[in-house]
Design a protein around this ligand. Structure first.
Ligand code: HSE
Length: 429
């Protein structure tokens, strides 16, 4: 029997618990697959959690005891956050210990430096669990699709937001109620604003784009919107128009540069991304040789995320190199105003004759053509003796800067009493 791979786990949250469980309950199978035993020799976390089964592994409240510890071959970083985790990972890599992490915030912020350090020291830094939980998207991009020039990728990469939007759409439940459930289930980040404001998805998109486009990790260049401004009526109107609203991360290589954006998006109801509900993640990758390929599965949660961590450990036990390679380019990054998209607009308007004609004229004068319109009398509400009826418009594709200019004009109409809502529309073909 070969020497075991000796593992030190930092952190004792949901994912750590799943890793400990899988390593123990699947011990024989994993030994067979890895070619040697995967043995947890130390667990460290600032706070002890007596209810988590450590399966006999020694425990410390000082995570630094794992760094440079010559009994630990691989440090599994599961403490989250950036600064302390970075110290830990830099320490381990500098001490020639392999590192496996599920920490997307860390990789988004410091990934280039860490990947380079690992490469310099000829050791592994693996982070499959950092994106899409149990769905092997990093491995797919870095290995299985390596023959392709990737034109674009787009996907649902935050399980919590998808869980919330799905329950709001299908069950009419309130945002706060569903968020509380996602927290209970261990899907949400320690700070759930990272989920619902799109920051978590932006972390993940910057990692995926760097691998797909062979570039540096550019979290700073991701345009980010969350789901907090989505109203139940938008979900209903989208459905009426034949779409679903999904929170997408989109990265595209164009002749002008690279666009990276995270925002709620209308997706045609027959598109596969529209059908990924609940905590499921789904990623479409369009390669020049493969055409579109789809990756689908649980994007968060104890066992799915732990599955990816354990797969990274097996890879190291087998003696494979890191999955991700250092990025080497800083391509031109496009601003959100440079993108071209179709749009859903909800214009809060007073119910006066001629208002739609005014809106249509402004759009037309700006070269924006309309695909569909809804103005329903049954949506009318009387407030202070004035009747309000939203105008819902679906536009054809237009440059965002052109739409911005047109909406500034529409917003100034005396009948428009509140801020116009806009949601981008993607056909993903
Ligand atoms: N909070 C994240 C999500 C966890 O909801 O997708 C997995 O990265």
């Amino acid at each position: 029997m070969q020497q075991p791979l000796r593992i030190g786990i930092a952190g004792l949250g949901t994912v750590a618990k799943g890793v400990l469980d899988i390593l123990s309950t699947q011990r024989d199978l994993l030994t067979l697959r890895a070619g040697r035993p995967l043995e947890v020799v130390a667990v460290a976390s600032r706070r002890a959690k007596p209810d988590v089964d450590l399966y006999g592994a020694p425990f410390s409240t000082d995570v630094q005891t794992l760094v440079g510890n010559n009994r630990v071959d691989v440090l599994v970083e599961l403490i989250g956050g950036v600064d302390t985790a970075a110290d830990l990972v830099v320490g381990a890599l500098s001490a020639h210990q392999h590192v496996v992490t599920a920490n997307k915030a860390l990789i988004a912020a410091r990934g280039d430096e860490l990947i380079n350090l690992a490469r310099k020291n000829n050791i592994c830094l693996n982070f499959e669990a950092s994106v899409a939980g149990g769905v092997p998207v990093i491995s797919a991009l870095a290995r299985s699709l390596a023959a392709n020039k990737v034109h674009w990728l787009a996907g649902i990469i935050n399980g919590t937001s998808n869980f919330i939007l799905t329950a709001m759409t299908n069950e009419g439940r309130a945002f706060e109620d569903v968020l509380a459930q996602a927290q209970q289930l261990g899907y949400a980040e320690a700070d759930p604003t990272f989920d619902v404001e799109g920051i978590d998805a932006a972390h993940k998109l910057s990692i995926l784009a760097a691998i797909a486009f062979d570039m540096n990790i550019r979290f700073d260049a991701v345009y980010t919107e969350g789901i907090t401004a989505i109203r139940p009526e938008d979900l209903e109107y989208a459905r009426e128009l034949g779409y679903r609203i999904k929170h997408l991360g989109i990265a595209r290589q164009t002749d002008q540069g690279v666009e990276m954006r995270v925002h709620p998006t209308l997706v045609p109801e027959d598109n596969m991304l529209a059908k990924a509900d609940g905590v499921m993640n789904a990623l479409l990758v369009n390669g020049d040789a493969t055409g579109p390929t789809l990756y689908y599965g649980a994007g968060a949660g104890e066992r799915p995320t732990a599955s990816a961590v354990v797969a990274d450990l097996i890879d190291i036990a087998r003696g494979n190199q890191s999955v991700a390679r250092p990025g080497h380019g800083r391509p031109q990054m496009l601003n959100i105003s440079d993108i071209v998209s179709a749009y859903y607009l909800r214009i809060p308007s007073l119910d006066r004759s001629g208002v739609f004609a005014k809106v249509a004229t402004i759009l037309s004068n700006n070269g924006i053509s309309i695909e569909a319109v809804i103005q329903r009398e049954r949506a009318a509400k009387k407030v202070d003796d004035q009747t309000r009826v939203p105008i819902i418009i679906l536009t054809h594709e237009v440059a965002e800067s052109v739409l911005d200019a047109a909406l500034m004009e529409v917003q100034k109409l005396p009948e428009v009493y509140d801020t116009i809502a806009r949601i981008r529309v993607e056909h993903l073909t």
